[in-house]
Ligand binder design. Structure first.
Ligand code: C5P
Length: 420
């Protein structure tokens, strides 16, 4: 299976004799189990038919910005949003000029302008057109706008002239896309487990003991891991956040339920325990709502210790290669984190100070953490929780690169879907 499997590509085919090569590219992508949606410009449809494009891509072909049918089926915004990348093959001088200058006068150019996805272009044109100062200026603009060029190649053109401007071969475009996905998904093949949010420990069917965790940090870590290509299971307590896109999310309430869900998600290569798990649960929780009785004594609760999920994961026979915990402390943060790291048997702890009035952490979008490992202590500047997540994932990627624990070294047999 290639790393293009399951990806979604929006292919824009503009007018040029090389348009026929796009058909081969669609075939290669479909063979690699890539979802392919196509936009054919008016010029493109002079060279290949919508019927062949739609037959090969197994989807309707989109051609017209103002066609009610196209917009009702899938508008130009959704076309770009649903794709992981957009690739223009062939990219004509005209379409590149429009893209460089923000012109949106048809479905292809409007979709490109509205896109928030990486754009690749495979130019194809006569060598004189390619060399023209106007085209070269547009190429400069497109490059500085982040558009990535695949080709063109040099050689004999359909017009029998020779020079730079031939569209690169479909197999080479396919290989370039594969390299892109490999680079952009450095954790592809890794399975990750993340815990997030608070646990609720019932007192009776309506009351519980909870805490102030918002789940923002854990959810951001799960999303960042998924963006890096990991297969992520997020086990979360009650939060008011949406499930992160592309992450299998299991909702739990109590610490015991969280432990069960975590164990069902093992084996994994990475575990990040960001949940604020209640240390104790109510031993004498009631099956029925405890009634208030005027004059009667107030109920007294007795507590029993909850399982320590981080410690359980660390000593599990399926121990992940990298186990990461959090330590929210009100004082001596780093020292407490170092002790916790040893006591719980994990590899890294992200330590942060809570309870400061100028840095409340719980519920906010910011965090200031120190990454503590057995040999190191790295204090990070104040960052948003999303930035902390991205930086943590970067640290994981370096860790796996340094230790050489590639995913193929340690295959995991159980498929993701078999966990509940
Ligand atoms: O001991 P303390 O609660 O400070 O430990 C914090 C770390 O341990 C966090 O990573 C938290 O997610 C994890 N933890 C856990 N299970 C518990 C208590 C804490 O996984 N019962």
């Amino acid at each position: 299976m290639t790393n293009l499997a399951g990806k979604s590509v929006l292919l824009v085919i503009s007018g040029g004799i090389a348009a026929y090569k796009s058909l081969e590219l669609i075939r290669l992508l479909r063979k690699a189990r890539t979802e392919v949606r196509c936009i054919l410009t008016k010029g493109g449809s002079e060279f290949i038919t919508p019927l062949s494009v739609s037959a090969l891509s197994e989807h309707p072909v989109y051609t017209d910005l103002f066609s009610l049918k196209d917009e009702s089926e899938m508008g130009h915004i959704r076309l770009s949003r649903d794709a992981d990348i957009i690739i223009v093959t062939p990219a004509s001088a005209n379409l590149m000029a429009k893209l460089a200058n923000g012109i949106a006068d048809d479905l292809a150019s409007t979709t490109l302008l509205a896109s928030n996805k990486p754009i690749f272009v495979a130019p194809a044109m006569n060598p004189e057109m390619w060399a023209k100062p106007s085209t070269q200026r547009n190429i400069e603009i497109l490059r500085s706008d982040g558009v990535q060029f695949i080709g063109p190649a040099a050689g004999e053109m359909a017009c029998s002239e020779t020079g730079l401007g031939r569209m690169i071969e479909p197999q080479d475009i396919f290989d370039a896309l594969q390299s892109y996905f490999k680079l952009s998904t450095p954790l592809a093949g890794k399975r990750a487990l993340v815990t997030s949010g608070p646990t609720y420990e019932p007192i009776d069917p309506v009351r519980f003991i909870g805490n102030r965790s918002s789940g923002k940090q854990g959810h951001a870590i799960a999303a960042a891991l998924a963006r890096a290509g990991a297969e992520v299971t997020l086990v979360t307590g009650h939060v008011s956040l949406a499930d992160p896109v592309g992450v299998r999310t299991l909702h739990v309430e109590t610490a015991s339920e969280m432990l069960d869900a975590c164990q069902s998600a093992l084996p994994a290569h990475i575990a990040v325990c960001a949940a604020a798990v209640a240390d104790w649960r109510v031993e004498n929780s009631a099956d029925q709502k405890i009634k208030k009785q005027t004059g009667a004594s107030t109920p007294s609760l007795s507590f029993i210790e909850n399982p320590d999920i981080l410690a359980e994961i660390s000593k599990s026979p399926n121990r992940p290669d990298l186990v990461i915990g959090f330590a929210a402390e009100t004082q001596d943060v780093v020292k407490a984190a170092q002790e916790k790291l040893v006591r719980k048997g994990c590899d890294w702890i992200l330590a942060n100070q809570v309870g400061k009035t100028d840095n409340p952490v719980f519920g906010t979008d910011h965090n200031q953490v120190t990454l503590v490992s057995r040999s190191n202590c790295d204090e990070w500047p104040p960052l948003s929780k999303k930035e902390v997540a991205a930086r943590l994932v970067e640290a994981m990627i370096s860790h796996f690169n340094d230790t050489g624990t590639k995913h193929d070294d340690k295959p995991i047999s159980r498929p993701l879907s078999s966990a509940s």
